[in-house]
Design a protein around this ligand. Structure first.
Ligand SMILES: O=C(O)c1ccccc1N[C@@H]1O[C@H](COP(=O)(O)O)[C@@H](O)[C@H]1O
Length: 211
């Protein structure tokens, strides 16, 4: 089985970005969503983006943004991937995929077996689905794991990844249960909301490699 890809999300400082890259992250995520404690301005996101070597992909996370500001954000940051983490429609994401050079990911709050079927509306319209726990106060970044058993024997028709409450302590179990090709962690690697803990980033990447 190929190595599990690792996305470390919600990075706000050069130190945290460097730590994720050094620890072996394949993707780093920048959140541009003002209500989030992990929000970065487009200017700061562009600066952080420039620190990242070509071997690591940069994911810009947006939530329910209108088309014009979406274009402005993508032009400013020039990520490799755009992760849509709101109620964006399949039609809108298909248009972004068709008209831009960016990889398009859709976060999906996974509630039950039916919602695994419902996400197929995005098949061929996005490059990857990221399963997260259903939205709470924020649409994501809530540190809540989803029910991994839903994914245990599932035959996936869309490339996918696992998010939601992943930590250095539970990620081995998550990978062994779901066989996720990509794992994504954010709030589980923090000492306070929005403050990444470098040791937890390193421990998370080490745990994924040992799974
Ligand atoms: O991190 C946030 O604040 C956030 C805000 C709005 C949408 C998504 C957000 N985070 C993403 O949610 C998943 C799961 O995060 P967690 O590990 O449970 O904290 C992940 O992709 C985050 O980047």
């Amino acid at each position: 089985m190929p190595d599990t890809m690792i996305k470390i999300c919600g990075l706000k400082t050069p130190e945290a970005v460097d730590a994720a890259v050094d620890a072996g992250a394949t993707h780093i995520g920048l959140v541009h969503f003002e209500p989030s404690p992990r929000h970065v301005s487009l200017n700061d996101a562009a600066k952080l983006r420039r620190r990242v070597p070509d071997s690591v992909k940069v994911v810009l996370l947006l939530v329910n943004m209108q088309p014009a500001p979406t274009g402005e954000a993508l032009d400013a940051v020039q990520p490799d991937v755009v992760q849509f983490h709101g109620n964006e429609t399949p039609e809108w994401l298909a248009l972004v995929k068709e008209k831009t050079r960016y990889e398009v990911w859709k976060a999906w709050g996974l509630m039950n077996a039916q919602s695994l079927e419902n996400v197929l509306a995005y098949e061929s319209k996005v490059d990857r689905v990221l399963y997260d726990a259903p939205a709470k106060k924020l649409p994501g970044g809530n540190g809540v794991p989803l029910d991994w058993s839903l994914l245990r024997e599932y035959h996936h028709r869309i490339a996918w990844g696992l998010a939601g409450g992943l930590t250095p302590e539970n990620v081995v179990d998550a990978i062994r249960t779901t066989h996720a090709p990509l794992v994504d962690a954010s709030s589980g690697l923090e000492s306070a909301p929005g403050v990444k803990d470098i040791d937890r980033i390193t421990a998370f990447c080490r745990a994924v490699r040992e799974a």
